[in-house]
Structure formats: structure tokens, C-alpha cells
Design a protein around this ligand. Structure first.
Ligand SMILES: Nc1nc(=O)c2c([nH]1)NC[C@@H]1CN(c3ccc(C(=O)N[C@@H](CCC(=O)O)C(=O)O)cc3)C=[N+]21
Length: 297
């Protein structure tokens, strides 16, 4: 079998078109322009592409984009003050503080300081708590993007066996919650799981979010399964020339693609959907802050 490719880039374009339509309706009918603030502390070269794409796409959908680059030695107090100012600014509907933060800053404190209504990353405990208890908060962008791709590819997910490999607060745990809400039977596997290949082999849906290049092998995959690869790992690519690198996922793609029914590529899979869902969450947050029904803007 050769897996069909789930084109995250094309799907993200569709999501963004929907966001752009909502933004223009919000402007025309309600005089509201959604605003997204992105705060970056220090210069992490790996995140530069991500940031550039994010800022450009925010503007392309017609939203206001506020961009703050703070020096790497910014104090925790200064960052918290910046977050407070954004919380209080009515032109800012969504706030994203790029992670990881430099070591002098406590990430948990910063996330806790963000107004949950503006927490478009969905990382605040109020939002993770709402997700865990079936409420309507803001849902983390990467798992939301994965769910949208799965539902687009498979339709109703009820009764399917899903394995989520990885248990981070940002991807693994919220992903498992979303799949559970979609009526999957969910296993969360991790570095201490006894028989990881066996757990993966039992699953109709595999979501790989471990952050280890090509760790999940082709012969672990159940024939016909749907594979969502969250990993974005930069590895050396001497075949491209000295000092060159390339991006790979957490799944050994070439092997897995001969076994799986459907698979997301890296790049061009989950990554673009993450950004599209960030924009979608910003519209959702804007609507709620203005007491508007997102389905009837
Ligand atoms: N508060 C916070 N929220 C985040 O969502 C967050 C963060 N911090 N810190 C950094 C990570 C990383 N991340 C990416 C999203 C999209 C791509 C993406 O679109 N990647 C392209 C390729 C990019 C390339 O070519 O290098 C793709 O997969 O096709 C990458 C990385 C969000 N993050």
C-alpha cells in the first residue's frame, strides 16, 4: 500500500480563507478588527521562520498584528508587565508568548498571567481545565489542527482506536482529550511505555508528538492506519552538501508511507495547520470578547 498524503498546507489555506471571510464580516458588520499580539523573548533562529509566517499570515487575513521582540535578558517582571498591558488593551484580542522562554523566566508564571479569554495558545489552566471537563475554552492550536485534518480525512472518528505518542501539556494531553471527545478509544504512550511498537500497531490513528527524529518505524504501523506526524526536527543532511540540514518528523516517513493509509508530511503537514488554528482561535476569542456568535458573524 502507498499512503495518500494529507496536505496540511492546502488544508491550512482553506482554514485561512474562512478566517479571512470572518474577519471581513467582523469589520463590515460590527466595526471590529481582530488583533493578535505575539511576544518573542530573545532570538531563537529555529523559530524565525515560524514567526515570519505567523506575522505575514495574520496580516493576510486582515487582522491587526502586534509584534514585540524583547531582548534575551528581559526580566520576568518586565515580561509580566508586558503581558498585563496586552491584557488591558482592547485592540488586542489574542496574546501569544513564544515558548521556550529564557531560563531566568518562569514559563508557568507567564502563561498564568495571560487573560484566559485572550490565551489563543490554549495553554492557561483555565483553558486546559475547560478542555478536560468538556467546556468551551480556547483549544491548543496544534492538537486542534490535527483533529481537523483527521475529521477531514476520516469523517466520524467514533469507535476508532487512537494512540497519542507523547504526553506534553501543549500537544499530547490536549490531543488525547480532543480524540476522546470525538469518541475514539485513546491510549497515551510515552518514553516509559513497555511495548511502544505494540501500542502503535493496535491503532487506527497514530499521532506522533515525541520530538525525536524518525523514531516511529514503518513496521510499527497497522496497515491502512492514519498517521499524523507532529514532529518538526531539523537534522543534518550531508547528502545535500556540507553543513546542510533538512526537516523530518517523529515518524520514519518513507517506511511508514508504504504501510499507512494516510499520512501527513513534514514539512507541509501539521505545521501550517498550527498557524491556521492560531488565526482561527484569534477570531473565536474576538467574537467572545464582543459577545458575538462565531457561527453568525
Ligand atoms: N507559545 C507558542 N505557541 C506555539 O504554537 C509555538 C511556540 N510557542 N513556540 C515554537 C513552536 C513551533 N511552532 C511551529 C508552528 C508551525 C510551524 C510550521 O508551519 N512549519 C512549516 C515549515 C517551517 C520550515 O520550513 O522551517 C511546516 O511544518 O511545513 C513550525 C513550528 C509553534 N510553536
Amino acid at each position: 500500500m502507498t499512503a495518500s498524503i494529507i496536505d496540511g498546507k492546502a488544508f491550512a489555506e482553506k482554514v485561512r480563507a474562512g478566517v479571512a471571510a470572518d474577519v471581513s464580516a467582523l469589520k463590515a458588520k460590527h466595526g471590529v478588527t481582530p488583533g493578535l499580539a505575539v511576544v518573542i523573548v530573545g532570538e531563537d533562529p529555529a523559530s524565525q521562520v515560524y514567526v515570519k509566517n505567523k506575522v505575514k499570515q495574520t496580516a493576510d487575513t486582515g487582522m491587526n498584528s502586534f509584534h514585540f521582540e524583547l531582548p534575551a535578558d528581559t526580566s520576568e517582571a518586565d515580561l509580566l508587565a508586558r503581558v498585563e498591558a496586552l491584557n488591558a488593551d482592547p485592540a488586542v484580542n489574542g496574546i501569544l508568548v513564544q515558548l521556550p522562554l529564557p531560563k531566568q523566566i518562569d514559563e508557568a508564571k507567564v502563561i498564568a498571567a495571560i487573560d484566559p479569554a485572550k490565551d489563543v495558545d490554549g495553554f492557561h489552566v483555565v483553558n486546559s481545565g475547560l478542555l478536560a471537563t468538556g467546556g468551551r475554552g480556547l483549544v491548543p492550536c496544534t492538537p486542534l489542527g490535527c483533529l481537523l485534518m483527521l475529521q477531514d480525512a476520516l469523517g466520524d472518528l467514533s469507535g476508532l482506536k487512537a494512540v497519542v505518542v507523547g504526553r506534553s501539556n501543549i500537544v499530547g494531553k490536549p490531543m488525547a482529550q480532543l480524540l476522546l471527545d470525538a469518541n475514539c478509544t485513546v491510549t497515551i504512550a510515552h518514553s516509559r511505555t513497555k511495548d511502544l511498537p505494540g501500542e502503535v500497531k493496535a491503532a487506527d490513528i497514530v499521532v506522533a508528538a515525541v520530538g525525536r527524529p524518525e523514531m516511529i518505524k514503518g513496521d510499527w504501523i497497522k496497515p491502512g492506519a492514519t498517521v499524523i506526524d507532529v514532529g518538526i526536527n531539523r537534522i543534518a543532511a550531508p547528502e545535500k552538501g556540507e553543513g546542510k540540514t533538512r526537516l523530518v518528523g517523529d515518524v520514519a516517513y518513507d517506511e511508514a508511507a508504504t504501510v499507512a493509509g494516510r499520512i501527513t508530511p513534514v514539512p507541509g503537514g501539521v505545521g501550517p495547520m498550527t498557524i491556521a488554528c492560531l488565526l482561527r482561535n484569534t477570531v473565536t476569542a474576538t467574537c467572545r470578547q464582543h459577545r458575538l456568535d462565531p457561527k453568525a458573524i
